[in-house]
Design a protein around this ligand. Structure first.
Ligand code: DLL
Length: 433
């Protein structure tokens, strides 16, 4: 199903005209209302009048997360505080968080893009939707909440964690859809198994709308299999709006970007050069309708590619590939670029192990080492040493053939890798200490 055919299925000509008009307005208001944009544009020798077409976008300087930090908490806002009705902030593990402000129109835009996203994921006005994204400063909870309500679904605002209660409500309330991180979905499946609950028999669950962290197609298959649902990917970041920047449809073949609100580009992260369609690089987004905190050419650090070919679903919105990881989270191990998602794609193919893993990187005698910790299934754990050795060797070979790296595979006891209620932690890099 499509929530808003008019906007999601527009012709490229119509869309380009709309984007151009919105971009011109956005650049003008950002220049007039936000001190740091004015300074950055003045420094680059660009004025709002120089922006007349989408091609002119490249004349504008990039915005970085540090620009937002430097303008903490509210100096990047383009709207006065009287017009701001909501504040969110990124988790900000280091230093100050980045703060985002929404006007009433921004909340409406967000609800609209989330209504599109959840509709594509299978939610309808008849659905009971269990929303297990965290509520609070994190945008996942309230973003999905408003989108679900806009559709007319009955939203359960349970937030993250409280796993046994989640499962009780899934059962008793007959939830059709669940929204949470993919790693938490796997954890739910694990606890259900322990509680003797068979999702196919005991639950009404049909759809899962998962995002907020990278996950592979292989991980999707595992989740779909374990929970008996269709799992779709949703992407977003607090700076841009929260969840709802892009979403998968039922064909699960790339995420449609809500291009009438978010203008995407792919750049070479080292040179800043814009790359042609299909090239892998860093996603850069300009928010062409946002009022509270408009972002011009914001560098997301997420690595993906774009494709403009038609999708079978009928939407004309450009698609981005599943995010591989962040350019700043990419590990360089003995000169080899490694994304945790590449390791994940190998691990989840093995039936003898559980899809819970951790990459431990170290530097011993000036040489980088990679250790991959992964949990054995209960069956493998109680099997003979020979069987365990064989699995370890096969994983090692496949990792080597994919990455060209020798990794030490450490098979750990079931349930020893920490489970997350929100975003999973996949890497411990001891080299930085
Ligand atoms: O994670 C917003 C969100 C909430 C998205 C719920 C989807 C669902 P932040 O906390 O600001 O916002 O984190 C944004 O998370 O730059 C990506 O690196 C990563 N990320 C988000 N969605 C995906 C996804 C929310 N589907 C950062 N695949 C982004 C891969 C994702 N990475």
């Amino acid at each position: 199903m499509i929530w808003n055919e008019k906007c999601e299925c527009m012709s490229r000509e119509e869309l380009t005209a709309l984007q151009t008009e919105r971009l011109k307005k956005l650049v003008k208001t950002s220049y007039e209302n936000v001190g740091y944009y004015r300074k950055k544009m003045d420094d680059a020798g660009v004025t709002p009048d120089d922006i007349q077409s989408l091609e002119d976008l490249t004349k504008l300087p990039f915005t970085l997360k540090d620009d937002l930090r430097d303008n903490y908490p509210f100096k990047a806002f383009a709207a006065p505080m009287t017009d701001i009705v909501r504040l969110h902030a990124s988790s900000g593990t280091t230093g100050k968080p980045t703060v985002v402000g929404y006007t009433r129109n921004d909340i409406e835009t967000w609800s609209e893009v989330m209504a599109r996203t959840l509709t594509a994921g299978g939610v309808t006005k008849d659905s009971v939707m269990q929303n297990a994204y965290g509520y609070g400063l994190f945008t996942g909870g309230l973003g999905a909440h408003y989108g679900g309500e806009k559709i007319g679904a009955a939203v359960i605002p349970i937030s993250g964690g409280n796993t046994e209660k989640q499962i009780m409500l899934l059962k008793d309330f007959g939830s059709h859809a669940i929204s949470c991180t993919p790693s938490y979905a796997l954890y739910l499946a694990e606890v259900m198994k322990e509680m003797g609950i068979d999702p196919r028999k005991d639950l009404q669950l049909k759809f899962g709308i998962f995002g907020a962290e990278p996950w592979t197609h292989e991980m999707r298959e595992q989740i779909e299999e374990k929970l008996g649902i269709r799992a779709t990917d949703i992407y977003g970041l607090s700076e841009i709006i929260g969840p709802g920047v892009a979403f998968e449809c039922e064909y699960q073949d790339g995420l449609h970007i809500n291009e009438d609100h978010f203008l995407p580009e792919i750049i070479n992260p080292d040179t800043g050069e814009v790359l042609p369609e299909g090239s892998k690089g860093e996603l850069v987004i300009t928010t062409i309708t946002k009022e509270g905190i408009p972002l011009v050419r914001y560098r997301t650090r997420d690595v993906t590619s774009l494709r403009y070919d038609a999708c079978q679903c009928g939407r004309t919105l450009v698609r981005m590939e599943k995010v591989m990881g962040r350019s700043d989270d990419m590990l360089i191990i003995r000169g080899v670029n490694v994304f945790p998602s590449q390791v994940e794609s190998v691990l989840v193919k093995f039936e003898e192990i559980e899809p819970h893993y951790l990459l431990v990187v170290d530097r011993i005698n000036n040489l980088d080492t990679l250790e991959i910790w992964v949990e054995m299934s209960d069956e493998l754990f109680s099997d003979e040493v020979k069987a365990v050795e064989s699995v370890r060797a096969r994983i090692g070979e496949q990792i080597h053939s994919l990455l060209g790296l020798h990794a030490k595979i450490k098979l750990v006891e079931p349930k020893t890798i920490e489970r997350s209620m929100g975003k999973a932690k996949r890497v411990v890099d001891n080299r930085k200490l």
